[in-house]
Design a protein around this ligand. Structure first.
Ligand SMILES: [Zn+2]
Ligand SMILES: [Zn+2]
Length: 155
């Protein structure tokens, strides 16, 4: 996930890689996680205390419009925030636990097959795909069952 690649693709699009953009891209790139704007702001501030929230949010928007980062809602499992990840990553689906908010990534052949089939069936040129799967993780399933039981007793 080379920042160099990112840098040149930014320059191709005529976007100047300013200091705050570079800080944010690096954070998104290296975290390997799906961070929301507020967490990114907190992390970015450790590197540059002068950064303010508005700049960070604006920069994220710009990176998104520039096609460098993807904005995900991850099924809004914990509210309205959006999460960011770099577009340099191989295509994957997000598996979201709706109880604990854990996010897993599924990389696999089936995703490429869907893409190919859609292109063929609809004569469609795909620019981006986003696959989200929501449910309960292995840890949360028994706890969820217990919560439902408790709710039923309470009713
Ligand atoms: Zn869970
Ligand atoms: Zn992801």
């Amino acid at each position: 996930m080379a920042v160099e690649t990112t840098k040149s693709s930014l320059q191709l699009q005529g976007v100047r890689l300013t200091r705050q953009r570079k800080i944010l891209l690096d954070l998104i790139d290296k975290s390997g996680k799906h961070l929301d704007a507020e967490s990114l702001y907190q992390l970015a501030r450790l590197q540059d205390p002068k950064l303010n929230r508005v700049t960070v949010y604006r920069t994220l928007k710009m990176l998104k419009v520039g096609g460098l980062v993807d904005e995900l809602d991850l099924m809004h499992h914990s509210g309205d925030q959006h999460y960011y990840e770099t577009r340099m990553k191989r295509e994957h689906a997000h598996i979201i636990c709706l109880r604990c908010g854990k996010v897993e990534e599924f990389f696999g052949e089936p995703l490429l097959q869907i893409r190919k089939q859609v292109e063929e069936m609809f004569g469609f040129q795909i620019l981006l795909t986003r696959t989200e799967i929501g449910g309960y993780c292995a840890t949360c399933q028994p706890q969820r069952a217990q919560e439902l039981d408790e709710a039923a007793v309470g009713a």
